[in-house]
Design a protein. Structure first.
Ligand SMILES: Cc1ncc(COP(=O)(O)O)c(C=O)c1O
Length: 369
């Protein structure tokens, strides 16, 4: 019989599939728990639930379920272009920003070429890179964050893409405007810089640059963003990229004709106009960030400072048994050993009651371990 693993493209053979956060229903089935009593802080989702404006927009769209969506996403692109101070031909829509990362890899990477990214960076970068037979060049992190000068030094003649995330997931680390400016100045002009800003709406304190400010000066820059996090639409899968028109044109050639569905398009337009929801998301996140840090202090635990909607907590010992103990308590967080961080757990900031449940469960599990 043929070995269809050996027949797969060599990069794919070496890939491990993306491991998502454990779904609530799965844990409920496994441990015979009531799903209503389970707290999931494992996928950097928005704990607020969908806004009424989004629900209404989706309801209005239901009558058209037999029709294909607008394959050009005219309305959403128009609104995004206006907000992002670009032309509509600079906007690419994706089925989540994950889709954008995949489109970029499909369009710009091939066997013999490589993509550069940081140690502890988002797990999808190696997946999209190796899926097209290109090489992943992983640059050691500095204090858990991107070492941008070292990443520059890792670029060679075969590098086509550099993935940088600001802030990064799972570490929550970030770089400032000076560091980004220097990086973009020195990066070869024929290397595409994918600046992943999936969590940018949460960044407070003015320490993070706005990637959009650099687009006009740098035609090799693509900024990717998402509606999955601060806008609360993870289930619908909508993300977008802002780039030069040429790059947008190239991505448009490889995307599925209807890559963003009509409910998602309508919901994203509604979410963009729901400033109160976004403000509440941020406020809740800031509160929860303080709450989790305070809780860690009380438990004498360290953490990596974060500008996202999550916190990587340093348990000072192997985290896997603590993760399992938390599951027994009905609390799902994210182990990050697969990111080279065996002693950390990543916790998404939830509602104040959920954060409190997590801290209580953590305290109990740590005391019994
Ligand atoms: C850094 C980063 N980029 C991109 C994504 C992709 O998110 P989505 O496909 O939901 O837009 C995520 C999701 O967790 C992320 O953490």
């Amino acid at each position: 019989m043929s070995d269809f693993l050996a027949l797969a493209q060599s990069g794919v053979q070496k890939l491990s599939p993306y491991v998502p956060g454990k779904p609530v229903d799965e844990l409920a089935r496994e441990l015979k728990l009531d799903p209503a009593n389970i707290v999931k802080l494992a996928s950097n989702e928005n704990p607020l639930g969908a806004s009424p404006k989004v629900r209404e927009a989706i309801a209005n769209e239901l009558a058209e379920l037999t029709r294909y969506p607008d394959g050009n996403g005219f309305e959403l692109k128009t609104q995004l272009a206006e907000r992002c101070r670009v032309q509509t031909n600079q906007v690419t829509l994706g089925n989540g920003s994950n889709d954008i990362l995949e489109l970029v890899a499909r369009a710009y990477l091939a066997p013999g070429q490589n993509a550069v990214f940081s140690e502890h960076a988002f797990a999808v970068y190696p997946i999209v890179t190796q899926a097209v037979g290109a090489e992943s060049r992983v640059v050691p992190a500095k204090e858990w964050g991107h070492d941008l000068p070292a990443m520059l030094a890792a670029i060679d003649a075969n590098t086509r893409i550099v993935f940088i995330a600001n802030p990064n997931n799972p570490t929550g680390t970030w770089f400032n405007a000076q560091a980004l400016g220097d990086f973009l100045r020195d990066v070869p002009q024929d290397v595409l810089v994918v600046l992943d800003e999936a969590y940018i709406e949460y960044a407070v304190g003015g320490e993070l640059p706005d990637g959009l400010d650099y687009l006009a000066q740098h035609p090799n820059l693509l900024v990717s963003r998402t509606f999955s996090k601060a806008y609360g639409l993870a289930a619908l899968r909508v993300g977008y990229a802002l780039s030069s028109p040429v790059i947008a044109d190239v991505l448009n050639r490889v995307r599925q004709p209807f890559n963003v569905n009509s409910l998602a398009l309508a919901a994203a337009c509604a979410a963009l106009n729901d400033a109160a929801y976004l403000a509440k998301s941020r406020e809740l996140n800031e509160f929860g960030m303080q709450q989790l840090q305070e809780g860690c202090r009380e438990l004498d635990l360290g953490w990596i400072p974060s500008k996202g909607n999550f916190l990587c907590i340093d348990l000072g010992r192997v985290a896997a048994p603590v993760f399992q103990g938390l599951l027994q308590e009905g609390v799902i967080v994210r182990p990050v050993a697969n990111y080279g961080m065996p002693n950390h757990l990543r916790v998404t900031i939830g509602l104040p009651t959920e954060n409190a449940r997590f801290l209580e469960a953590l305290s109990k599990v740590l005391a019994s371990a």
